[in-house]
Write a protein that binds this ligand. Structure first.
Ligand code: MG
Length: 202
């Protein structure tokens, strides 16, 4: 199993539509950003990428790249989902906290949960949506999102399962080596990120 955590924040801005969790929400203003400003999908994307050590949203979609201007954030999420599948993992559950003064999230929390579940390809019961107001933080004109995600390893391929069932000691050794060295090769994760150089610490 692996765990991931994501955070994001955006300021409110007049004249743009409000999109949170891939859901268009009726409100007087939207969230400013290079993309559509979907604070929740950005935090979910980072949580997923972090869980498989594949960098963050900026690694894949730098704000300096004009291609992502006004982009639909479901594109970012889709990339993160592909990364976790490639790494051999699937989502167990996800939990989120949205922090904003307005609009009120509680009346639309059910709809939001269904939309996020749909985008992630999981059941609504595997998605937690919680809302807080930024009381005492002096941040009434911005939205923040915190997300944790739990992933589990995909099932052992059926062919490998059959090998295990019929294996003698030598075969078993090969199966274990295959599992350790191939199907769950975590060292392949984060390959799009520059390796961390420990000598920089000196
Ligand atoms: Mg963002």
């Amino acid at each position: 199993m692996r765990i991931g955590y994501g955070f994001d924040s955006h300021a409110f801005k007049a004249g743009v539509p409000l999109v949170i969790g891939g859901l268009k929400i009726e409100h007087t203003e939207g969230l400013a950003g290079h993309s559509d400003g979907d604070v929740l999908l950005h935090a979910i994307t980072d949580a997923l990428l972090g869980a498989v050590s594949a960098g963050d949203i900026g690694t894949f979609f730098p704000p300096s790249d004009p291609r992502w201007k006004g982009a639909d954030s479901t594109v970012f999420l889709q990339t993160a989902l592909e990364e976790i599948a490639t790494a051999g993992y699937k989502i167990v559950n996800i939990d989120t906290v949205l922090i904003m003064a307005r609009p009120k999230i509680v009346p639309i929390a059910g709809e939001l949960r269904e939309r996020v579940a749909e985008l992630l390809g999981v059941k609504p019961g595997e998605v937690g949506i919680k809302a807080k107001t930024p009381e005492g933080m002096g941040m009434d004109h911005m939205a923040m999102a915190h997300v944790t995600v739990l992933l589990e390893s995909l099932a052992i391929p059926e062919s490998m399962g059959r090998m295990v069932a019929s294996a003698d000691a030598d075969d078993m050794d090969a199966v274990v080596k295959g599992l350790v060295g191939g199907a769950r090769d975590v060292s392949a994760l984060g390959r799009k990120v520059t390796p961390f150089d420990t000598e920089d610490l000196t």
